[in-house]
Ligand binder design. Structure first.
Ligand code: SF4
Length: 158
């Protein structure tokens, strides 16, 4: 009979999940690490909740070299959520202009991709792809944190 089950759990049994294997896609565009500026162009905030979970301990996108940064001038690209509202079309364009090249634009969620529930709204300028060039699309309403993490891992190759 074990006398110290708590210690066994800490020191004997494995308490972490194995890291998933590396992505098998094309050559990563930002090998090792990528910094992204998130832009909410008109989201319902559902996608933001899932992005927060992608960077929380379970998915922990940071361990794959993916980071969110505050300034577009520190970023390698944009992570855009939501439809693009009329009021956000110019700010989105200007934010992208502030990102140095080479850069990447990720459209996150069905709204950003152009298939969302708000696509025909009266205040909507269009999808992200209607306003700026999009490199990566992540589908789902909202996309699952693992989908977001997996798509961003293709950028770093980790
Ligand atoms: S894709 Fe869904 S969760 Fe994301 S902003 Fe659109 S309606 Fe909200």
């Amino acid at each position: 009979m074990r006398r110290f089950p708590v210690l066994d759990a800490l020191f004997v049994r494995r308490v972490t999940e194995a890291s998933p294997g590396k992505p098998k896609g094309a050559t990563p565009r930002f090998p090792g690490s990528v910094q992204l500026r998130h832009v909410d162009a008109g989201s319902c905030n559902g996608c933001e909740v899932e992005i927060a979970q992608a960077f929380a301990p379970v998915c922990d996108a940071g361990r794959f070299g993916i980071r969110l940064v505050s300034s577009p001038r520190h970023a390698d690209g944009l992570l855009v959520t939501g439809v693009v509202t009329n009021n956000m079309a110019v700010p989105l364009t200007k934010t992208l202009e502030a990102v140095p090249r080479p850069r990447v634009v990720v459209a996150c969620g069905d709204c950003a991709v152009g298939e969302g529930v708000f696509s025909n709204g009266y205040g909507v300028a269009g999808s992200v792809g209607d306003v700026v060039l999009v490199d990566i699309e992540i589908r789902g309403c909202p996309p699952e944190p693992t989908s977001i993490t997996d798509a961003l891992r293709e950028l770093t190759g980790r």
